[in-house]
Design a protein around this ligand. Structure first.
Ligand code: ASP
Length: 432
């Protein structure tokens, strides 16, 4: 096995996991998978999460202190935010065009609708109450939440990634401004720790094929539950909706990103895709951009050749605020639920979706199913009952896996564009 490159081994792990999951359903091995296979996947996700905060903190401090001049940082920041916003709006527009053309809501029979609404009402209510908590705070609370009052408190939860990013930027800037003689040992320390953490990422990645296999096998068993026939029925009832989401995601990955890479970078899209494939598989297996972040950073730096000073800033920020896949999903799902409820949407409603889906994809945490919670805000803004979530909750997981791939791909595309405009490649990207 060792003689295959890592991305091929991860790929093999992915297929073995899917095959094992399917076989387990046929042979009723669910409990065995839960007891003896799933824990290996959980260990893998824990390892990824374990290094996420130290990695962001140290690589961002080390990256920023390498910039030497602060004006470069604000330039990179401006470009990054601008590109994140543009790609999100394009993503939502694609979702809206596709869903208004296919009209998946018209394919859902009334009986199925009533059945889904009744069956998943409780799950939907949980998401709605989570969203309420999110909405109750004042309009400036999002900004207040970025500034931590205790760095150790902030670093103690992966949910506070933006707070850690804030502290790291502050520390990095102060390090540039501090007297050079005093700053040198501090910088040396962070550079050294950074190297150590990157080695840990390497070690964790060696375990990735097994981790991915265990995660996917367990997931398939979980999704199929005790009644695989029922799961299949559900997929077919919501098939047109799922196809609409997947088609919009595919348009983003196969048309928009290649076009952007072609126009604004010198990296061939095929080489880019090969370079970030491990991150894409990881996104698919974990449904979390946050858990995938260490892998995305490693792929961007090692395989695409992006300098750390760019990737350590652009990618953690992207993992938390730039979610093209999530925003596509929000647009398609909001219109789908409106169509299913026979709620006609005006052009103004569609514009409101662009605005609210942008904000709610920014606000969604980089963890599984986070997009469903913030979708409540989009539904509320166009006057559609949030109970509509019950219609889509049952097949959210596979769609979440796919939209998370788009989320991490979008971050890497923006990192490549910013790197191109900032002389930000460590070497000529090896994969051109
Ligand atoms: N799972 C997604 C992510 O982590 C967020 C979402 O759309 O639910 O990127």
């Amino acid at each position: 096995m060792k003689k295959f490159p890592l991305h091929i081994r991860i790929f093999i792990g992915m297929f073995l996991g899917i095959a094992l999951g399917i076989l387990s359903i046929f042979f009723n091995l669910g409990p065995f998978i839960a007891d003896w296979v799933k824990p290996f996947g959980t260990i893998f996700i824990n390892l990824l999460k374990l290094i996420a905060i130290p990695l962001i903190l140290v690589s961002l401090i080390s990256g920023i202190s390498n910039l030497k001049d602060i004006s470069k940082l604000s330039r990179i920041g401006g470009k990054t935010m601008g590109l994140y916003l543009i790609t999100t709006v394009i993503a939502i527009t694609i979702g809206l065009v596709t869903v208004n053309t296919i009209k998946p809501g018209n394919f859902l029979s009334k009986e199925k609708q009533v059945e889904l609404s009744a069956k998943y009402a409780q799950d939907a209510n949980l998401k709605v109450s989570d969203a309420k908590k999110l909405k109750e705070s004042g309009p400036l609370q999002v900004i207040v939440d970025i500034v931590p009052d205790n760095i150790f408190g902030a670093a103690s939860s992966n949910r506070n990634m933006l707070q850690v990013i804030f502290f790291a930027i502050l520390f990095g800037i102060a390090l540039i401004m501090a007297p050079e003689q005093k700053g040198i040992p501090v910088k040396g320390f962070f550079d050294g720790v950074n190297e150590v953490i990157l080695k840990i990422v390497d070690m964790v990645m060696q375990y990735a094929p097994i981790g991915v296999m265990a995660l996917l096998a367990a997931l398939i068993v979980d999704v199929a539950g005790n009644n695989p026939k029922q799961a299949l029925e559900l997929f077919s009832a919501l098939g047109v909706y799922a196809i609409t989401v997947l088609l919009s995601l595919a348009l983003m990955v196969m048309v928009i990103y290649p076009l952007a890479m072609q126009l604004f970078t010198h990296i061939k899209y095929k080489a880019f895709t090969k370079g970030i494939l491990p991150a894409q598989i990881m996104a698919f297996s974990t449904s979390s951009s946050a858990a995938t972040l260490p892998v995305t950073m490693e792929c961007a730096e090692k395989n695409i050749g992006i300098k750390e000073e760019i990737s350590s800033f652009v990618l953690p920020l992207g993992a938390t605020i730039n979610m093209d896949g999530t925003s596509i999903h929000q647009a398609v799902s909001a219109v789908f639920i409106a169509q299913a409820f026979g709620h006609d949407l005006t052009v103004v409603d569609q514009l409101i979706i662009v605005l609210t889906a942008t904000l709610s994809s920014i606000g969604a945490a980089a963890v599984p199913s986070a997009g469903l919670i913030t979708l409540v805000i989009v539904l509320g803004a166009i006057g559609v009952s949030p109970e509509g979530l019950a219609l889509i909750i049952a097949i959210d997981r596979p769609l979440d896996m796919c939209r998370t791939i788009v989320n991490v791909t979008g971050d890497s595309v923006v990192a490549s564009i910013v790197a191109t405009t900032e002389d930000g490649f460590r070497k000529e990207p090896s994969m051109n």
